[in-house]
Design a protein around this ligand. Structure first.
Ligand code: FES
Length: 146
């Protein structure tokens, strides 16, 4: 019988080979790009937002298996959610899906790169489209991820 660790490992390998929502959106409502300063790997996120909900999300770029798996999980969690619900997503929501809660510090940047990009993307959308003055808290939250 497989242990939880084996199952999570298989999930990470599978997501890295066949990432979910991988690609680009033409003329997205918002896009954001950032990179992992340790390795230079980078992620772009593209989102369309309708009726205050993320109607579509895709990510593109390159990263290690953990980065690709976490980016995939992040897009699966976000798709269809309201902006308010997306704002509430925390790092453990992503890490927990793949059993990565105790990840060593050096790999945490791999796991959280896409969440950081997501938070900045939502911040950018709120600041540009809705003139939301509370958006700055989201920017600070993204900066504090690592
Ligand atoms: Fe580059 Fe993990 S080694 S994102």
């Amino acid at each position: 019988m497989s242990s939880n660790a084996d199952i999570y490992h298989e999930m990470i390998v599978e997501y890295s080979r066949h990432p979910s929502n991988f690609g680009k959106i033409e003329n997205p409502d918002v896009t954001y790009h950032d990179s992992n300063p340790l390795c230079g790997d980078s992620i772009d996120i593209f989102m369309n937002i309708n009726d205050n909900k993320v109607s579509d999300i895709k990510f593109h770029g390159r990263g290690c298996a953990i980065c690709m798996a976490c980016s995939s999980v992040m897009t699966e969690i976000v798709k269809g959610k309201t902006i308010d619900d997306v704002k509430k997503i925390q790092k453990d929501d992503i890490l927990g899906e793949l059993g990565l809660q105790n990840l060593q510090a050096v790999r945490i940047k791999c796991a959280l790169l896409s969440l950081k990009v997501l938070k900045y993307a939502i911040y950018t959308y709120l600041a540009n489209h809705l003139n939301d003055t509370n958006a700055d808290a989201l920017k600070q939250e993204a900066s504090a991820l690592y």
